[in-house]
Design a protein around this ligand. Structure first.
Ligand code: ADP
Ligand code: 2DT
Ligand code: MG
Length: 214
C-alpha cells in the first residue's frame, strides 16, 4: 500500500499563531515534495459553514446547542473528503477541529459530554499540536477582532476546558496524540518546534486511521 497522508491538527486559543503555522507547515511540506492541503474549521464556505459564519459575526442568533451541532455537522460534511485525501497520500492540516468544538461550547456552559458526543467516530488526528501562549504574550499580538468569541473572559474559560479536552485525548487515545507546543517567541522559533513534532510522526503513515472518542 502506498503510504497515506498524515492528519495533523493545530489547536490553541485565539492568536496563539495557529493559522500562521498551518500555512507555514503546508508550504514546507509542498516544498519538500509532499502533497498537503489545509482544512480550516469552521469551513465557512459550505451551506452549514455560512450559518456558522453569520453566527460568529453576530449577524444571526442561534441556540447554544443548535450552533454546537452545526459546528459538528460542518466537520461531518468534510469527513469523507479528509479520508479520501489521506488515502490519496495527501497530508491534511486542520486549523482547529473537534477539540475547539468542545472547549468553546463547554466554556459557554454546555455539559462536556454533550459537547463531545456528536463528534464520536470522526477521523482521529495522528497528532494534535496545541499551541500554548500566555495571556500577556497573546495581548502583545494583533488585537482581538470583533467576532463573538473574541473576549478575554470567555477565552480564559476556553483555556480551562482545553485542559480537560487534553486529558480526554491522552486517556482515550494515548499521550502522543496531544502535544503541547510552546507558542511564545518568534514565528521562526515556534515553527522549529512544530516541524520537529511533525517529523516525529512520519511512521504513522503506515498505520490505519483511528476514530475519535472510540
Ligand atoms: P490564530 O490563528 O491562532 O488566531 P494567527 O496565526 O492568526 O493566530 O496569529 C495572530 C496574530 O499574531 C497575527 O497578526 C500573526 O501575524 C501574529 N503572530 C503569529 N505568530 C506570532 C509569533 N510567534 N510572534 C508574534 N506574533 C505572531
Ligand atoms: P477562527 O475562524 O478564527 O479560527 O474562529 N469554534 C470553532 C467553535 O466554537 N466550535 C468549533 O467546533 C470550532 C471548530 C472557535 C472560529 C471560532 O469558532 C469557534 C473560534
Ligand atoms: Mg486563525
Amino acid at each position: 500500500m502506498v503510504n497515506r497522508g498524515l492528519f495533523i491538527v493545530l489547536e490553541g486559543l485565539d492568536r496563539s499563531g495557529k493559522s500562521t503555522q498551518v500555512s507555514r507547515l503546508h508550504d514546507q511540506l509542498e516544498q519538500d515534495g509532499h502533497k498537503a492541503r489545509i482544512q480550516k474549521f469552521p469551513d465557512r464556505i459550505t451551506a452549514i459553514g455560512k450559518m456558522i459564519d453569520s453566527y460568529l459575526r453576530s449577524e444571526a442568533e442561534l441556540d447554544d446547542r443548535a450552533v454546537h451541532l452545526l459546528f459538528s455537522a460542518n466537520r461531518w460534511e468534510c469527513c469523507q473528503a479528509i479520508e479520501q485525501s489521506l488515502q490519496d497520500g495527501v497530508t491534511v492540516i486542520a486549523d482547529r477541529y473537534a477539540f475547539s468544538g468542545i472547549a468553546f461550547s463547554a466554556a459557554k456552559g454546555l455539559p462536556f459530554d454533550f459537547c463531545a458526543s456528536p463528534d464520536i467516530g470522526l477521523p482521529l488526528p495522528d497528532v494534535t499540536l496545541y499551541l500554548t501562549v500566555s495571556p500577556a504574550a497573546a495581548a502583545k499580538r494583533a488585537a482581538y477582532g470583533t467576532e463573538r468569541y473574541e473576549q478575554v473572559d470567555l477565552q480564559n474559560r476556553v483555556r480551562e476546558q482545553f485542559k480537560l479536552v487534553a486529558d480526554k485525548v491522552r486517556t482515550m487515545h494515548g499521550p502522543d496524540r496531544w502535544v503541547e507546543v510552546d507558542a511564545e517567541g518568534s514565528i521562526d522559533q515556534v515553527w522549529e518546534r512544530i516541524w520537529s513534532q511533525v517529523k516525529a510522526i512520519e511512521s504513522k503513515k503506515g498505520e490505519q486511521i483511528h476514530r475519535l472518542w472510540t
